[in-house]
Ligand binder design. Structure first.
Ligand SMILES: [Zn+2]
Ligand SMILES: [Zn+2]
Length: 237
């Protein structure tokens, strides 16, 4: 692996120095990616907080990896849970990085061209709303089977709201229901994805067993038979 020789001149123990001491303990297997991650770490000169450093994330720290969508720029996009959560501060007591959001949801996007990765590229990552990604990237991992390098980014904040909004909550739930008809699924999902603040404007899939007392009431010339029923759950608000 390649080790960046840069030395900062902070006269105190800064995070860049701590990151640098750890360079020998990890490698992505690709010099360019190593250098890229190291460079982001060497920009962190705080004593406590870490802001934008990326890290090498071993693939076995991710679980429940599921395909979610296709993105024009990156191809297949996956979601996963990240066991460790992201680096937050230097923990003096444990002499290690303090982390937050253990088991958080993350998005994985394939890096098609790992040899030309730059910070500018990372910062310019498109934000296709279907996957509601903000710009916050945590690090890079590699699928040991396909050998694809993948960027690991935050799924907890919507790229439009910069917060956890209804659109994201609906999206996380897509895998838990289906109407049995792709067009209807897509129709309901599209409406839900537009809903960043006011949930009672979204549609949802209502399973028939959530309805009771279903009774025929009339014939309508447009729809045919019309029924009335009671709905156990009531609508989302
Ligand atoms: Zn420093
Ligand atoms: Zn939103």
């Amino acid at each position: 692996m390649l080790i960046n020789s840069y030395n900062c001149d902070c006269d105190y123990e800064c995070n860049a120095k701590r990151f640098k001491r750890n360079f020998k303990n990890w490698t992505s297997g690709n010099n360019n990616i190593d250098k890229f991650i190291q460079d982001t770490q060497l920009l962190e000169h705080n004593y406590y907080e870490v802001h934008n450093a990326l890290e090498w994330i071993p693939y076995d720290k991710l679980y429940d990896i599921k395909y979610i969508t296709e993105d024009n720029k990156f191809g297949k996009v996956y979601r996963a849970n990240w066991i460790d959560g992201c680096i937050d501060i230097w923990d003096h007591e444990n002499k290690n990085w303090g982390r937050e959001d253990q088991n958080m949801f993350v998005i994985l996007k394939i890096l098609n061209n790992p040899s030309s990765i730059t910070l500018e590229f990372i910062n310019k990552i498109a934000v296709p709303h279907e996957i509601a990604v903000p710009h916050k990237v945590f690090g890079i991992t590699q699928d040991p089977e396909t050998k694809n390098y993948m960027m690991v980014s935050n799924i907890n904040k919507c790229g439009i709201c910069y917060a956890t909004c209804n659109s994201m909550c609906f999206q996380r739930n897509f895998e838990n229901w289906t109407s049995g008809n792709n067009d209807i699924d897509k129709f309901i999902q599209d409406i839900q994805l537009l809903d960043h603040d006011n949930a009672n404007e979204a549609l949802e899939w209502i399973s028939y067993d959530r309805l009771y007392n279903v009774k025929y009431i009339a014939e309508d010339n447009k729809f045919g038979k019309v029924y009335r029923a009671n709905w156990i759950d009531g609508y989302i608000y």
